[in-house]
Design a protein around this ligand. Structure first.
Ligand code: NAD
Length: 326
């Protein structure tokens, strides 16, 4: 694409959207527009070189304004968070369907050339995620459908919307199924944070207070993979400009238990903590990993930043946030 074409990042005030805008600007794009429902001074990263708009993309008229002149759209806007948020806010999660629906309608009206949609590993059938010793999830495991209640159903429905806008209207939609993304400039407190940021925050708090204890949600044996933000951005850009029209896993295949995640963060912090397991806290499925056969076949690459490397950078960033609050 040409560097002066209009690129619209929806959800640009959030974690992944903010990083994507930084990446686009650094690579010379001059027509970057960022849109988010939050007031601009609450965005995680702010770039004065971009056109920054506060709009509610759940509304069709706001989507029409957001996509005026757009050639490329990245839809990263959603009302979402970690397990603590999505298990307790299913209706809010499902209302994100308005964002993708109205964005697709506006994109069709404006003749958008490429439309990227951020789906999630939460679309996968729950029956395939009951065992911590998981068989990694491949793209076909989304059907027969039994996704995560609320958030996952919305993602699966929106994936289908992208597919049918492509089949019926010829719009070039691309869909990624992200598996847990983490890194600096993400949510790390307030109830929407995910496991890597929450564990970093708790370890930092324990270290700073000298009270060497940590609460872990569930029994700590549940397994996951975590993808560092730079891998997420590479996968997003490569997929957007590829000919891959079916949803594709973009995730790390380095599987760890939550206990192992805590081990790594303790190692970075140089502490050892007593672990208290909260068995009534939301913990999600028992095991989830990304099967990267297809991404390797189609792109010759998979997300490969080692968890210990990405967590070190994330830990340092969260540490600085906490230190600057005092
Ligand atoms: P985020 O919460 O940091 O960013 C989402 C942004 O969307 C927020 O800034 C929010 O204010 C904005 N938004 C919400 N409703 C809006 C509306 N009506 N109009 C305009 N903006 C609105 O989340 P993120 O981690 O950056 O995730 C980006 C996308 O990737 C989301 O669709 C999410 O579901 C998906 N995803 C993320 C992960 C992950 O681990 N972070 C995993 C799987 C999928």
């Amino acid at each position: 694409m040409l560097k002066d074409q209009k690129v619209v990042v929806c959800g640009g005030g959030g974690f992944i959207g903010g990083h994507l805008i930084g990446d686009l600007l650094r690579s010379g794009h001059t027509g970057v527009r960022s849109v988010d429902i939050k007031p601009v001074d609450e965005w995680y990263q702010r770039f004065p070189e971009a056109e920054n708009l506060q709009l509610d993309l759940g509304r069709l008229e706001d989507c029409q304004a957001a996509l005026k002149g757009a050639a490329v759209v990245y839809n990263l806007a959603a009302d979402m968070g970690g397990m603590g948020f999505i298990e307790n806010n299913k209706a809010l999660c499902m209302l994100s369907v308005l964002i993708n629906t109205h964005l697709l309608m506006a994109a069709k009206d404006h003749g958008v050339q490429r439309f990227f949609y951020a789906s999630s590993a939460c679309v996968y059938n729950a029956d395939k995620q009951r065992d911590p010793n998981v068989t990694a999830l491949k793209e076909s495991d989304a059907y027969p459908a039994m996704p995560e209640d609320g958030y996952g159903w919305e993602k699966l429905f929106s994936e289908r919307m992208c597919r049918h806008f492509r089949e019926d209207f010829g719009m070039q939609t691309r869909v990624a199924r992200y598996h847990n993304v983490y890194g600096p400039h993400g949510t790390w407190e307030g109830g929407r944070e995910k496991a890597p940021a929450a564990i970093c925050r708790k370890v930092i708090a324990a270290k700073r207070s000298g009270k060497h204890e940590i609460e872990i949600w569930g029994d700590g044996k549940q397994t996951r993979s975590f993808m560092y933000i730079t891998d997420c951005l590479k996968g997003t850009q490569d997929l957007t400009w590829s000919d891959i029209t079916e949803p594709l896993n973009i995730g790390s295949s380095e599987l760890v238990s939550i206990n192992q995640l805590v081990d790594i963060v303790e190692g970075i912090a140089g502490v050892k903590l007593n672990r208290n397991y909260n068995l009534s806290a939301p913990k999600g499925v028992n095991g989830r990993n990304s099967d990267n056969t297809r991404i390797k076949e189609l792109m010759g690459w998979e997300p490969d930043t080692r968890l210990a490397v990405g967590l070190e950078k994330t830990y340092r960033w969260i540490y600085d946030q906490i230190a600057s609050q005092v």
